[in-house]
Design a protein around this ligand. Structure first.
Ligand code: ADP
Ligand code: MG
Length: 231
């Protein structure tokens, strides 16, 4: 059985419809979608050990099946550079959850590498009632949320379709580079779109998928947050 199938059956067995971020990222890795290094810490000792293994600066995030939008409850703390800051952030995250969502089950705190900030892009998928698995691409922030500048395709798609999705959004010039802003690696983004299409085609149990955001670089790209909701 593949890791992806195992993670999905475990979630169903535990009656969970939303996968945890480390689960979603393991699935991404199986489909060659680049993600940040992550390790799940159950306590402060593990948090310090994993922070050391991954290397500072790190990011810490709440892992809970009951919390889908982690930053809404102050469950994400970025750019931690010392052991003292790691200890403080671990306690702060647990306290923030207790305060904002006292009933939420806490699985642990995810320690991850801090990806350098860059142009943020989004790859999403939904299972459309009429068309089945459908894939979406756009730029992060206001581009998708306010301007609704997105490209859609029904999966499965080809590599060429993935490339076309990138060039057809209005914000494409942002990716191509302007003034002294370098172009981003659109090939790496196209690979992520294509591999996401393979994933949602293979696993029709997936109702929604959100790689939001993906940091796009001059060379390569990295998914810093991944969310998968099952049927
Ligand atoms: P949410 O569940 O609220 O969507 P995210 O995991 O997306 O939480 O984190 C919120 C924001 O923090 C992201 O949009 C991104 O800008 C930043 N972020 C999250 N993880 C990382 C990371 N590993 N490296 C750099 N920035 C990150
Ligand atoms: Mg996010």
């Amino acid at each position: 059985m593949t890791k992806t199938s195992e993670i999905i059956s475990t979630a169903y067995r535990e009656k969970r419809k939303s996968l945890l971020e480390p689960e979603a990222k393991t699935i991404c890795q199986e489909y060659n979608i680049p993600v940040t290094k992550v390790k799940l810490a159950k306590n402060i000792d593990q948090a310090l050990k994993f922070a050391h293994e991954i290397g500072y600066p790190i990011v810490m995030k709440i892992v809970s099946p009951d919390i889908i939008h982690k930053s809404d409850i102050d469950g994400v703390i970025l750019n931690l550079t010392t052991q003292a800051a790691t200890i403080e952030a671990f306690n702060a995250i647990i306290n923030n959850v207790r305060k904002h969502k006292p009933k939420a089950r806490i699985i642990g705190v995810l320690i991850q590498e801090m990806a350098p900030s860059s142009t943020e892009v989004i790859v999403g998928a939904i299972k459309d009632n009429q068309f089945g698995p459908t894939i979406m691409f756009g730029l992060g922030g206001i581009f998708v949320e306010i301007l609704e500048d997105v490209a859609f395709r029904v999966a499965p798609i080809t590599k060429r379709d993935a490339e076309n999705m990138i060039t057809e959004i209005k914000a494409y010039p942002v990716l191509k580079g302007y003034r002294n802003q370098p172009a981003v690696d659109t090939k790496a983004i196209a690979d992520i779109i294509f591999n996401t299409s393979r994933l949602i085609t293979d696993h029709q149990e997936i109702k929604e998928l959100d790689l939001n955001p993906i940091m796009a670089y001059e060379n390569g790209a990295k998914t810093v947050d991944a969310r998968i909701i099952l049927e």
